[in-house]
Every structure is written in structure tokens, then in C-alpha cells.
Design a binder for this molecule. Structure first.
Ligand SMILES: [Zn+2]
Ligand SMILES: [Zn+2]
Length: 195
């Protein structure tokens, strides 16, 4: 096969419909990629900085993140169509429950925003090791087998997840000690403002 690593390629304006990962794959074999419109070099974030400045907001988003394959709107977040992904989460609302209405509501609300929380059954964690005692919770380290959601995968028609990742587990002291299934407000606040 011909090695065209040193060759250049023209980045088409229609390529902005692709998301960043797809652009990377399409142009991975080329050292130099030039903008179809102004012939400047495409930057390492896969858009033409020169053309970007002259575009309206909607087009700027398309250049940055591509278009959603379902609703054809420019994505406002990398690899994430907020309106389509919110609907996908909503379709699964009746497929899981934490067993606590307040926590369910907190998670569901987050899933229609851009800061996603998920309910994860405890058996999806391995290597649980106690680390330390915090203010409202005891903290352990663990491996989350499935890993976090990264984007919607068109081909498998499911969420694309990271590899298994190391996470910190917090066990609410109030809930544990009192066997009270209701989390304290302090604990929920800690969850909400976790970095
Ligand atoms: Zn350009
Ligand atoms: Zn969409």
C-alpha cells in the first residue's frame, strides 16, 4: 500500500459535519491538511482558525464539534448533542432506580443538563479499598468496570464508554449509621459540587 504520510490533503467545508474523532480518523495519514476555503493549515483541533473568526455562532459550533447525526444541529459540546442525549437518558428513566426518590430526581435532572450523573449499581465496582474518613462520608477507592459515558455511538446504538477507570467512592455516614435511606442535604451538596 502507498504510504502517503507526507502528503497533504484538502479539508472540505463539509468535513465540519464530522465530530473531532471522525476528522482525526479521516486525516490521520496526512501531515499537512489545508482548508478548502482559505488554503491555510487546519489546526491541531481540526478546524481552520482563519475562517473560524469570520463565521456566525452556529457555524462556529459546527466547526468546533461537528453536527449531530440524529437532529443535524451543530453540537455545542464536544461529541455531545445535549437535546438528543437528554432524550436518550429520558427513555431509560424507568429502567433504573436508586431506591430513593430524592436521589433519582437529582440524577434525572442532571441527565437533561450538560453535567451528567449516573446511577451505578454497587456490583459494577471492583477493588474497593478504604482510603479515609471525610466530613460527611467515608471514602474508598475502586475500579468502575464500565467506565464513564463519553458519547453516543451511532454504530452500536448505545453509549460509548471509557475503559474501566479508578474512582473514589463516598459512603454517606448519615445514611449508613441511621440506616436512613434519605441522604442528608450536606451529602447531596457534596455530590453536586464534586470537581
Ligand atoms: Zn480557512
Ligand atoms: Zn442531536
Amino acid at each position: 500500500m502507498l504510504d502517503n504520510k507526507d502528503q497533504g490533503k484538502i479539508f472540505l467545508s463539509s468535513d465540519y459535519d464530522l465530530d473531532i474523532d471522525e476528522r482525526k480518523v479521516k486525516y490521520k495519514n496526512f501531515n499537512i491538511v489545508l482548508c478548502e476555503i482559505c488554503k491555510n493549515k487546519i489546526n491541531h483541533n481540526w478546524y481552520c482558525r482563519n475562517c473560524y473568526d469570520n463565521e456566525n455562532n452556529e457555524e462556529k459550533y459546527r466547526m468546533l464539534y461537528g453536527k449531530c447525526k440524529r437532529c443535524f444541529q451543530a453540537m455545542k459540546i464536544r461529541s455531545w448533542c445535549l437535546s438528543c442525549n437528554s432524550k436518550r437518558f429520558e427513555q431509560d428513566f424507568n429502567k433504573w432506580t436508586s431506591g430513593n426518590d430524592e436521589i433519582d430526581k437529582l440524577i434525572k435532572d442532571s441527565q437533561t443538563s450538560s453535567c451528567i450523573l449516573e446511577w451505578i449499581p454497587y456490583d459494577r465496582f471492583t477493588d474497593v479499598k478504604f482510603l479515609t474518613e471525610g466530613g460527611f462520608a467515608n471514602i474508598s477507592s475502586a475500579t468502575w468496570i464500565d467506565g464513564r459515558i463519553e458519547k453516543w455511538d451511532q454504530e452500536s446504538n448505545n453509549w460509548k464508554r471509557s475503559e474501566p477507570i479508578k474512582v473514589a467512592l463516598k459512603v454517606s455516614k448519615v445514611m449508613k449509621e441511621s440506616m436512613n435511606p434519605n441522604p442528608s442535604e450536606d451529602f447531596l451538596n457534596e455530590v453536586l459540587y464534586i470537581e
